[in-house]
Structure formats: structure tokens, C-alpha cells
Write a protein that binds this ligand. Structure first.
Ligand code: GDP
Ligand code: MN
Length: 382
């Protein structure tokens, strides 16, 4: 689960990471009221889960009530890279002497946590990594040994932070590491981490991704999840108990088992197509599950063909075929569908499908043939 900046800052604050006082607001009146309480100048910040809000005009400083109102009116409802701003965070503005970067994330390849610090903050870190990779100091942290203040200090020295910021930045890093580990996050990123003219170091932005697998030990996450932004189709699929991940191609994919679903995406790519999604319907493939899966997939208007790829093990293909036939009666499908059935009772399954076979429902003998056909049909539909 990705947190909004304001949620991330509230999470940071619980671990002692310094952040500016602020309030959430949804209307210009609320923004002005919050600004009056916080004291001017304030900064009005769009709360959307996408980077580069500043450049897009979603972050503005206000010196008085009329500016705060004008910025609120401009920012609330604004579209930032496809995300409509519903809420803003109003924060007492900071004076900035320098902007740095700090993060902890998982390095799966190294089987360790990775700390990154840079004196070049406030800009896109991917861009820094490309232009000037040595400007980012990195340290792998052994999850069993933890992260000491000495290591933090070494890292900020190596990153070349200004002398007066180093102690403060090391303190922030130690707290950020605790937040990362005890808070069960996959990513905590502060960009920028700022040094103020009076020598204080604090987090001006917050990007936090929590590890959903740890939700069972964080009942307090429910409150965060209530406002979390989730793709509409992913939300629908989750309600139906389906494992769905939206992608940006045009071939809708339904497979049983995560491994087969991934291979299906691979073969679609291999024959020159682009998957519209990953969808694992799991072990069962009842009419209900099939209808749900088709409903989720066809709600994506980019989908031009559907590839159903089932390997019957415990799942029997004739059951799947019956499921497909029944589902077709329930869900209106406007795009062609290619079905590949293999494994337990595949012949029986194909027999059942042959009774409803048409230009819009085609069975294919192998996974590769089915992929080619689905990709070709998707191309033709354009
Ligand atoms: P992002 O563009 O989505 O990464 O949003 P940030 O929260 O990182 O803000 C972008 C930029 O706005 C920062 O790098 C700062 O330069 C500026 N900014 C944000 N908050 C303040 C503030 O309190 N005071 C000042 N002077 N600038 C700020
Ligand atoms: Mn930022």
C-alpha cells in the first residue's frame, strides 16, 4: 500500500522523524482556516500518489489568506498526470538552505536493505542516478545487524552533505531506518530532506510504501487503507478474491495459477503482443469465478481480445468449459476470446466449448497458437 505524503509524514512523526506541522483540507475555506492556525507563510500541497507535483503546479507557497485561497482553488480538482486532486496538505512553510535525498528500500538481489543518501535532493533521483551516479552514497544494511549512528554518519559524510547538516541528517537516517523496519515498509523516501538556514534538518516530502503482507500486525493501517488510492479494477478484483494487476497492453489474460499467468504474459510478449493485465483465477474455475474475471477484464476499454489459458491439474477442464459457457450467458463480451485448455479432461472441455464456438470464441490447441491468435485478433480490432 502506498501512502499519501501527509500519511507518510504522520507515519514518520511516530518514529521521531522531524516534519513540519500541517493539516489536511478538502476545500479552499478549510485551507484558509488551516493556514490561519498554522501561521503564514504556508505551503499548499496536492495529495496525489505521483511524483513531480511541484513541477506540475501542485505545490504553492502562500504568504497570506488571499494567496492561500487562490492556490487552494487552483490545486483542488487539478489533474496531475491522470490523478485528480481531492485533498491538499497545508503545512507551515520552511526556509530552505539545502535540499538532500534519503531513502531505505529493499534490494532483493542483494538480500539486504539499501540505504541511499545524496546531497543532490529535490530533483528526480532517477535522473541523478543517470547523470551522476557517484552523487548517491549507498550502503547495504544487514537486516540482522541493523543500522548504527556510526554507519549513518559515514553515509552522510560520503554523500558530502554540508557540515552543519551531518549530525541532524544522521539522526534522521537512524529514525528513518527504524520506521522502515518496525513500520514494515518496503520503501521510505525523503526527497527533499532539507537543511534550514538555522541548521535544522527535517523531512519536507514523504514517500512510504507499506508491505501489505504485514497488515495483520498493524491494525492501525486500516485507517490508512480507507483513503488509499487503488486502481478501480484492482479494487473490484480484490473484492472478488482475484489476483489482478493492470498492465497497459490490449490482450486480456485469464490463467489458473500465478506461474501460468506470468508465462502467459511472457508468450503474449514473445509473439509481439502486449498483455492488458495479469489475472490469476487460482485453483477453481467455476462459472462464478469465470464471470467475475471476464467482468474485471472487459471493464478495461483497452482490451481488444481475451486469452484464457487453463492447465487442468486438480481443476478439471470440463468444469472450466462449463464455467466459460455459463459466464458468457452472464457477461456481455464485445471482444473475441481465445481459449486454450490442456491437462485433466481437456478433450471433454474442448468438446463442450465446440458447442458455442464462433468467430468470437475460438479454441486453440497450444499455448503458443492461442497467444498468436489472441494477439492477431487484438491487432485486427484496432
Ligand atoms: P514533489 O514535487 O511531488 O516531489 O513534491 P515536494 O514535496 O518534494 O516539493 C517539491 C519542491 O517544492 C521541493 O523540492 C521544494 O523545493 C518546494 N517546497 C516544498 N515545501 C516547501 C516549503 O515548505 N518551503 C519552500 N520554500 N519550498 C518548499
Ligand atoms: Mn519530493
Amino acid at each position: 500500500m502506498d501512502l499519501f505524503e501527509y500519511q507518510g509524514k504522520q507515519y514518520f512523526a511516530r518514529y521521531g522523524i522531524p516534519v513540519s506541522p500541517g493539516e489536511v483540507a478538502v476545500t479552499p475555506d478549510e485551507v484558509v482556516a488551516a493556514a490561519e492556525r498554522l501561521g503564514y507563510p504556508v505551503v499548499v500541497k496536492a495529495q496525489v500518489q505521483v511524483g513531480g507535483r511541484g513541477k506540475a503546479g501542485g505545490i504553492k507557497l502562500a504568504a497570506d489568506a488571499s494567496e492561500a485561497r487562490a492556490h487552494a482553488e487552483a490545486i483542488i480538482g487539478m489533474d496531475i498526470k491522470g490523478h485528480v486532486v481531492k485533498r491538499v496538505w497545508v503545512e507551515h512553510a520552511s526556509d530552505i538552505a539545502r535540499e538532500y535525498y534519503a531513502s531505505f528500500t529493499l534490494d532483493r538481489g542483494a538480500k539486504a536493505h539499501l540505504a541511499m543518501v545524496s546531497a543532490r535532493g529535490g530533483v528526480d533521483i532517477e535522473q541523478v542516478a543517470e547523470e551522476d551516479p557517484l552523487a548517491i552514497a549507498r550502503l547495504h544494511v544487514d537486516p540482522y545487524l541493523g543500522f548504527s549512528h556510526e554507519q549513518a554518519r559515514k553515509l552522510v559524510d560520503e554523500a558530502g552533505l554540508d557540515a552543519e547538516a551531518r549530525e541532524g541528517a544522521a539522526d534522521v537516517l537512524v529514525a528513518l531506518h527504524r520506521c522502515f523496519v518496525e513500520g514494515d515498509a518496503d520503501l521510505v523516501e525523503v526527497n527533499p530532506l532539507v537543511l534550514t538556514p538555522d541548521g535544522r534538518v527535517h523531512a519536507l516530502d514523504a514517500k512510504v510504501t507499506l508491505d501489505d503482507n504485514a497488515a495483520f500486525r498493524h491494525p492501525e493501517w486500516e485507517e490508512l487503507a480507507a483513503v488509499a488510492e487503488m486502481d478501480e479494477r484492482e479494487r473490484l478484483a480484490r473484492q472478488m478474491g482475484l489476483q489482478y494487476v493492470g498492465l497497459d497492453g490490449d490482450v486480456g489474460i485469464i490463467a489458473n495459477g500465478a506461474g501460468l499467468a506470468m508465462s502467459t504474459c511472457d508468450v503474449v510478449n514473445q509473439v509481439g503482443g502486449r498483455p492488458a493485465n495479469f489475472l490469476d483465477i487460482g485453483g477453481g474455475a467455476s462459472a462464478e469465478v469465470m464471470a467475475n474475471a471476464l467482468e474485471v477484464i472487459t471493464s478495461d476499454t483497452n482490451v481488444r481480445s481475451i486469452f484464457v489459458n487453463i492447465f487442468g491439474g486438480i481443476t478439471r477442464c470440463e468444469e472450466v468449459a462449463n464455467g466459460i459457457v455459463t459466464a458468457l450467458g452472464r457477461v456481455d463480451i464485445a471482444v473475441p476470446m481465445v481459449v486454450r485448455l490442456d491437462g485433466t479432461n481437456a478433450d471433454q472441455g474442448r468438446q463442450i466449448l465446440s458447442t458455442v464456438e464462433s468467430d468470437e470464441l475460438i479454441t486453440a490447441p497450444s499455448m503458443m497458437d492461442a497467444a498468436r491468435l489472441a494477439v492477431e485478433l487484438a491487432g485486427r480490432a484496432k
